[in-house]
Design a binder for this molecule. Structure first.
Ligand code: TYD
Length: 202
């Protein structure tokens, strides 16, 4: 590891059940073994805004989609100021499970315009690197279904199909590496590791 390493901000993105949490854990363990300080975090957060969101998604409270999008954006800004910036400032690598691309994928798949979703997210700092882990909804569904309660979004196959397509377009557009998430966790990790290694040493 180089001296005086500046913090880096990495986002893992993908549809429900793509394996982000497993990959965030494997990635952080590998980065730590390479000598980096790492902070894994996620959205929706554990902040009050994140809790409201989780409750709403789980209990299927009727939130207007605009209100939901604003809550995600608000939760993100709290995340940036409470967790992301302070950890970047002390030279850590932040690995977040979900960030702005989740809003661009899910909230536009729910019917909102991309311009508006971008507008309400314009105060969120950009990640240094983003990875998209791709799984077809059928695979994601099986995994989510086998790991406890599925929330409103996770139960909607058509929504998941649209989310995946939008993610793919965003990845093409932003030169974001797309990794096949149907492979074993170890194989996916190897691909993630290759991408991050290249990014850190570019
Ligand atoms: P998820 O990653 O599944 O969190 P957890 O594992 O804690 O349940 O996120 C919950 C849901 O929120 C998921 O279906 C994606 C959705 N979501 C959005 O719609 N927009 C966003 O901006 C974010 C961050 C998540």
């Amino acid at each position: 590891m180089e001296d005086e390493f500046e913090g880096k901000f990495i986002a893992l993105e993908g549809p429900d059940g793509c394996g982000k949490s497993t990959q965030a854990k494997l990635l952080s363990e590998w980065l730590e073994s390479e000598g980096y300080d790492v902070k894994v975090t996620r959205e929706p957060t554990e902040n009050p805004t994140g809790k409201v969101l989780r409750d709403a998604l789980r209990e299927k409270k009727d939130l207007p989609i605009e209100a939901e999008a604003l809550l995600f954006a608000c939760d993100r800004l709290v995340h940036v100021s409470n967790v992301i910036k302070p950890n970047l400032e002390v030279g850590k690598i932040i690995v977040t499970e979900r960030y702005v691309h989740s809003s661009l994928a899910y909230q536009t798949a729910r019917g909102l315009s991309r311009d508006w979703v971008e507008e309400i997210n314009k105060f969120a700092i950009e990640p240094d690197f983003t990875i998209f882990i791709d799984v077809p909804p059928q695979v994601g569904f099986k995994r989510v279904g086998s790991s406890g309660e599925a929330d409103t979004f996770e139960q909607d196959l058509e929504l998941q199909k649209r989310v995946r397509e939008i993610y793919k377009d965003l990845a093409e557009e932003g030169n974001i590496p797309q990794i096949d998430g149907t492979k074993s966790p170890k194989e996916v990790h190897e691909r993630v590791k290759d991408e991050i290694d290249r990014f850190l040493h570019a």
